[in-house]
Design a protein around this ligand. Sequence first.
Ligand code: ADP
Ligand code: MG
Length: 429
Amino acid sequence: MNGLEPLLLNVLFLIVLLLFVPFLLENKFYASGTTHKKKWIMTLAGGLAILSCISFPITMIEGYIFDLRLVALVIVGLYGGAPTILFLGVLTITYRFLLGGLGAYATIIVVPATCILLLLLTKRHLASSRKKKILIGSSLSTFAAIFAVLNSVFLFGVPFNGQFLFMYVVITFVTTVFILYAFEWITETIMVNQRILKAEKLEIVSHLASSISHEVRNPLAVIKGFLQMMEQTDIPANKRKEFLKICLEEIDRATDIIRNYLTFAKPAPENFEVLNVQQELQRAISVITPLANMNSIEIETTIEPCFIKGEAQFFQQCVLNLTKNCIEAMPDSGKLSIHTRVEQGQLCIVVSDTGKGMTTEQLSRIGEPYFTTKGREGTGLGMMTAIRIIEMMNGKLTVTSEINEGTKFYIRLPLIDKGLMVKDKTPVA
Ligand code: ADP
Ligand code: MG
């Protein structure tokens, strides 16, 4: 069976281009790409898969070639819709004609027929359940494969070979089912991950809200006190001026607290940009300060001016998740430190606490979803989210901890050359 090797090579092309590319797209760049852009990258990957398949075919007799191009056409076409189907159809026919041979004329019948079926089915396919999607896709590609072989046998006189037909159809069917199943599975896993990321943020937002309102009440009480004093007529003018100054300062403080909280809480466009580390860390710290104050925790920082690439809100969420854990590890007073240093062209942010620390077993389970020692209070998702965000920014998180001594988080991120920057927060991706 000398046809098996090229067919397996075709399967490899399809796996790499139709599974690995969307996985990379979703996993690595989902924060920076729009759906439209992703769709076109998928279409191009599909096109490349078709070209690769046609370039390494099984030659049955001179001029007639068989391969798994129809599998790529069916799968990418079903998810991409009309523009993708038309693009891939035209690409397939054009490339097949460039290679020449009588089989190119057979392509003019098989590919448009498959494209018409695809156009009719794509809407229904997108609205179907996962099982039905796999059923529609695999029936369509199997039908196209049988049609392609019979078409060249009956219309173009290629000798009929039952064994080949069987092998070709089975491999087409199995490959389509496998790729569709894996594709659906990958997309679902990634979607669940993204949902968890959002849920964890909501959790933090609602948790911080109570400490923020508490913190805003303090300046308001101060202002009220001074205003009541100023109601009395016998206050000298210079005292009155001093009171007014204090009131204005307190109003500024309250506004600052609320503004910082809102910048974090509101949804932002998901875009990678150049981040000013000093500014972003400062913002995260001012959001977490009210919570630290409630537990009488001192915050100590030394932050060097430097720049990284990332998404401001995600980065802040990551820092907030870590610092919130530190604060929660110090229920009655302690010290939270945030330091940065540059080592070997990398930025290292060290977040540490003087809290209760972790056992080796707890340390090894850090980042595991739903691992929490806080009972109903905890979600067990904060560390996982933080690690995911750091990985998205091409960084790495390491943790060391000593029981009753404290915990240290080391975030290592690639630095950006400041020379690349035009101005603060220039989008780079
Ligand atoms: P949660 O905070 O909701 O419990 P996380 O994923 O944020 O979930 O943290 C998981 C667990 O890791 C915590 O329950 C805690 O046991 C441990 N942990 C995380 N950070 C620290 C820390 N700074 N000090 C001690 N334990 C920590
Ligand atoms: Mg937490």
